[in-house]
Write a protein that binds this ligand. Structure first.
Ligand code: MG
Ligand code: MG
Length: 266
C-alpha cells in the first residue's frame, strides 16, 4: 500500500551514469561556446545553427529537434519569454537577457541544461534576477539527499526565490532524464511531491530547472503554441543542470565538468 500512486524512478548503474556524464560534459562545452556568442547583434537563429553544428561534429544529436514537433536545436527565450522560445532572425539587443536551453543525445544518453545571460549593459534588477535564479538551482541541487524527499528540491528552490521577492514558475519544472529527455519523476519547483512522497534513491538522474519571474508566477503560451511568456511582461530567467545521485550517495552535476568553472553571467 505504501507504494500506491508512486511514479517510478529509473535508477542508473555506474556504467549508465558514466554515459550520462559524457553526454553532460559535451553539452556543457557546447553551451559555453554558445553562451559566449550571446552578444548584441547576434541572432538567436545563428546561436541555434552554432549549437546544431557543434553537436553533429561531436557525433551526438540534438535532443530537442523534432521532439514533440519542436523545430530547432535550442530553445531561446529572451526577456519576458520564460521557456520554449523558438530561435528567430531578430538580433539580440543591448540590455536583453537571453535564456538558452539545450539538450543533446550521445550514445543514447540525454543531457539537458540551460543558462541565462545578459547582452551588453543589463539593469541591476536583471542582474539580480540572474543571480537569484542560479542560486535557486544550486539550492535545489544541495537539497538532494539519498532517502530524502524529492519535494525538498523544489522546496529549496521556492524558498530561495521567495526570499528574494521573486516568483517561481510552477506550471513547468524539472524531470527525470536518461534514455529519454523526460522521464518520471517530475521535479516541481515548489515544495510539492510528484506523487507518493518520493524518497530519492541512488542512481536517480534528474534535470533541475527553476524558471524565475520578477513580477508574477503566471505565464501564458503564445500563438506559436511553444513560446511561454510571463503574463505581466516582466523578465524571466532559467537555469538548469542534469544531476545524478551516484552509488555512494554523492550528488554529481553531470552537466558541470569539474575541470571548468561554473559560469556566472551577472
Ligand atoms: Mg532544458
Ligand atoms: Mg529540462
Amino acid at each position: 500500500m505504501g507504494d500506491r500512486g508512486k511514479v517510478p524512478q529509473y535508477l542508473k548503474s555506474s556504467e549508465e551514469l558514466a554515459g550520462m556524464r559524457k553526454a553532460g560534459h559535451l553539452l556543457q562545452k557546447i553551451m559555453l561556446e554558445v553562451m559566449d556568442n550571446v552578444q548584441v547583434g547576434v541572432t538567436t537563429l545563428e546561436l541555434d545553427k552554432l549549437a546544431y553544428s557543434r553537436i553533429k561534429e561531436a557525433g551526438a544529436r540534438p535532443g530537442f529537434l523534432n521532439l514533440y514537433g519542436f523545430p530547432n536545436t535550442l530553445c531561446i527565450s529572451p526577456n519576458e519569454q520564460v521557456v520554449h522560445g523558438i530561435p528567430t532572425g531578430t538580433p539580440i539587443m543591448d540590455g536583453d537577457i537571453v535564456s538558452v536551453d539545450c539538450g543533446l543525445v550521445l550514445d543514447g544518453w540525454f543531457a539537458d541544461m540551460a543558462y541565462t545571460r545578459g547582452a551588453g549593459e543589463i539593469t541591476p534588477e536583471a542582474k539580480r534576477l540572474l543571480a537569484v535564479t542560479q542560486k535557486s538551482l544550486f539550492a535545489g541541487i544541495a537539497a538532494i539527499e539519498v532517502e530524502g524527499r524529492l519535494s525538498e528540491v523544489g522546496g529549496a528552490i521556492e524558498d530561495t526565490v521567495h526570499a528574494a521577492g521573486y516568483h517561481v514558475v510552477d506550471e513547468y519544472g524539472g524531470h527525470g532524464i536518461g534514455k529519454n529527455l523526460h522521464e518520471d519523476p517530475h521535479v516541481h519547483n515548489r515544495r510539492k511531491d510528484p506523487g507518493g512522497h518520493h524518497r530519492i534513491k541512488a542512481g536517480l538522474t534528474i534535470a533541475i530547472e527553476p524558471m524565475v519571474n520578477i513580477g508574477t508566477a503566471r505565464t501564458e503560451t503564445l500563438e506559436d503554441k511553444w513560446t511561454v511568456v510571463t503574463l505581466d511582461g516582466s523578465l524571466s530567467a532559467h537555469f538548469e543542470h542534469t544531476v545524478g545521485v551516484c552509488g555512494d550517495g554523492l550528488v554529481e552535476i553531470l552537466t558541470q565538468d569539474p575541470a571548468l568553472d561554473e559560469p556566472r553571467y551577472y
